[in-house]
Design a protein around this ligand. Structure first.
Ligand code: SAH
Ligand code: SF4
Length: 443
């Protein structure tokens, strides 16, 4: 989401003469687009500001200017505190006010010494004030369709920093998808903090859920060969969406569906509003609809009061599902969230041990999943040049990075490939046919 927001910040600033610099050294303005989800991410912001302070001093000594801005969720959460702590920061804004960037920059340029904090949740919808995408995102693009969250998991800052759940209208999303594919994107990942809670205004009135939206995009957006979406919540995995996995060819057979824990006691304390068995039922339905689907999840270890038995339940769930990949984190206490006040915090060394155990299991599953693809033929969307000369790099339908010896003209197209080697984190392939899916559809 932050990557997408950064692209959109560049879009809103482009008409005012801003272009991307190669790095901070020769930039007139530096925007740190920040994340508040875990303590480590938030701490990074202050060390980064410390580095920028020196660059700003050098530029000012040479008679030039450097505006330093902090955007994103740390900006939203800490606002004026950043201005007070870091005198080199000129402005602070949140994820819902970046459409006002041109106005903020103008005010700062006009009067030396002006400092701005804009972290309100505005009445207006920022998407109504953003221009059309000005920069091509490349072969694989992000498109934000839903923002915010009303679920209030007890560990999570998102509902406080991103605000309440909001869905964009189907027409606006379709128009943006069309302009992305017209600029060359072949894959679109639909984004939202709770993307499958999507319920946007439909073209003929009423509301559509995510399954219906995906079908509409698949049917009406030219040259859209691949659709993905992230991040989903198990509670919102409805049958229409699961069915779409069975019969929309553009919807890729890979799903990131975070479960966080396999213990019902911990899931309840997290306010996830589902049990481990509920999650398993969803996985079964998904696999019935699309047997080859690759699954991914997020896990938190060391949530307050997590016992050895709770952790064992998580490992059991992981064994039952068998994931294609997963992200895992040590619980990080976040100010203002209910769990941060718990007196049963888990010791850091126990969190470390559990994280290592969990990651070892998931890694073994990832390697095993990759090996199930050996020798298979599958479509690969090539996105960029590979590391070695003559190589191109892309992704399998299951999100695995794929390398192949092939001409550069294949970048931006889907080619049928045979998987020749399975490496730890990627696949190697040879081209079977370079005919793209869209060419086949035209034939
Ligand atoms: N909306 C998504 C997740 C968004 S946050 C969902 O409900 O699943 C991304 C991930 O960060 C979460 O899935 C969780 O695993 C992790 N996370 C969030 N808050 C955290 C915290 N306080 N400590 C550790 N990990 C956290
Ligand atoms: Fe955070 Fe996701 Fe829970 Fe919302 S549903 S509070 S974003 S973890």
């Amino acid at each position: 989401m932050n990557v997408y927001d950064s692209v959109r910040m560049a879009d809103v600033l482009a008409p005012h003469g801003f272009v991307s610099a190669d790095g901070p050294v020769d930039a007139d303005m530096v925007i740190l687009n920040t994340c508040h989800i875990r303590e480590k991410a938030a701490e990074k912001v202050y060390s980064e500001i410390g580095r920028l302070r020196l660059l700003k001093r050098d530029r000012e000594a040479a008679g030039e200017r450097m505006i330093i801005a902090v955007g994103g969720c740390v900006g939203q959460a800490e606002g004026a505190e950043i201005i007070a702590r870091a005198d080199c920061v000129d402005m602070v804004f949140g994820p819902q006010t970046y459409h006002r960037l041109p106005e903020m920059v103008t005010r700062i340029m006009r009067k030396a010494g002006t400092r701005i904090v804009d972290t309100e949740f505005p009445e207006e919808d920022k998407f109504d004030h953003l221009p059309e995408e000005s920069a091509a995102q490349g072969t694989s693009a992000f498109l934000s369709i839903q923002e915010g969250c009303d679920k209030f998991c007890t560990f999570c800052v998102v509902p406080y920093t991103r605000g309440t759940e909001q869905s964009r209208p189907v027409a606006a999303i379709t128009a943006e998808a069309r302009s992305l594919t017209a600029a060359g994107s072949r894959e679109i990942t639909l984004l939202g903090q709770n993307v499958n809670a999507y319920h946007g205004e439909a073209p003929q009135g009423g509301e559509w859920g995510l399954g219906r939206l995906i079908r509409h995009l698949a049917d009406t957006v030219p040259d859209l060969e691949r659709i993905r979406y992230t991040t989903s919540h198990p509670r919102d995995m409805d049958d229409a969406l699961i069915e779409a996995h069975g019969d929309v060819p553009q919807l890729m057979p890979f799903l990131h569906l975070p479960v966080q824990s396999g213990s019902d006691r911990i899931l309840a304390a997290m306010n996830r509003q589902h049990t481990a068995a509920d999650y398993m039922r969803i996985i079964d339905k998904l696999r019935s609809a699309r047997p080859d689907i690759g699954l991914s999840s997020d896990f938190i270890v060391g949530f307050p009061d997590e016992s050895n038995q709770d952790f064992a339940d998580t490992l059991r769930l992981i064994r039952e599902v068998s994931f294609a990949q997963a992200y895992s984190f040590k619980y990080s206490s976040r100010p203002g969230t209910p769990a941060s006040g718990s007196e049963y915090q888990v010791e850091e060394s126990i969190k470390d041990d559990r994280l290592a155990t969990l990651q070892q299991l998931v890694h073994a599953q990832q390697v095993a999943f990759n090996h199930t693809k050996a020798g298979l033929t599958m479509p690969v969307l090539f996105e960029r040049k590979g590391r070695r000369p003559g190589q191109v790099q892309g992704r399998s339908p299951y999100m695995q990075p794929v390398h192949a010896e092939a001409p550069e003209r294949l970048i931006g197209t889907v080619a049928t490939c045979r998987i020749t080697d399975v490496l730890n984190n990627s696949l190697r392939a040879e081209i079977v046919t370079a005919e793209t899916v869209s060419e086949r559809a035209d034939a």
